[in-house]
Design a protein around this ligand. Structure first.
Ligand code: MN3
Length: 201
């Protein structure tokens, strides 16, 4: 079964004004679709055809060498964006509560300190990539990744990721990536992130 772009769990304009409707259409319908099409093309006819993308990315050495780069980039693009759409929602934002809220306070000192580190990871990612909150051997950490690399390929569990490719923000924020990273907190669905944290324990 080939990969498919999952439908957005909300309307294209639901994340306004943080993320504009046109960006959501291009990002979801065009960019994500292109990653899916290229990943499917690379895996078609291999033993990995139909394997969940997370399982493929956990061990890229299982991908035939001549297809590994394409799968890393485009399979990564599919997995990253699938996580991304689900991590946001209208009327979200605020702060994490429960176990995740306590764990963030403990790991980073405070929620504000965590946000500062996460934004810095996004701002300082040279070129295209992602900022992440991950669980690494039971420890919460902030990191970035280049291109469409996902922390799962490094044995970590991605809990939250923000896309800092220019296609994610340029129509509305132009070159002001720091402004996009700061505004993005208004649409983060912390219940969803908390579910991932609980599942990863
Ligand atoms: Mn993107």
């Amino acid at each position: 079964m080939a990969y498919e772009v999952p439908p957005l769990p909300y309307d294209y304009n639901a994340l306004e004004p943080t993320i504009d409707e046109q960006t959501m259409h291009l990002h979801h319908d065009k960019h994500h679709q292109a990653y899916v099409d290229k990943a499917n093309g690379a895996l078609e006819g291999t033993d990995l055809d139909g394997k969940p993308i997370e399982e493929v990315l956990k061990d890229l050495s299982q991908v035939p060498e001549d297809k590994r780069g394409v799968v890393r980039n485009n399979g990564g693009g599919h997995y990253n964006h699938s996580l991304f759409w689900e991590s946001m929602g209208p009327g979200k934002g605020g702060a994490p509560s429960g176990d995740l809220g306590s764990a963030i306070d403990e790991a980073f000192g405070s929620f504000d300190a965590f946000k500062e580190q996460f934004e810095a990871a996004g701002v300082n990612q040279f070129g295209s990539g992602w900022a992440w909150l991950v669980l690494d051997g039971g420890q919460l950490k902030v990191r970035s990744s280049a291109n469409q690399d996902n922390p799962v390929s490094d044995g970590q569990v991605p809990l939250l990721g923000n896309d800092v490719w220019e296609h994610a923000y340029y129509l509305k924020y132009q070159n002001k990536r720091p402004d996009y990273l700061k505004a993005w907190w208004d649409v983060v669905d912390w219940d969803k992130v908390g579910e991932r944290y609980a599942a990863a324990q």
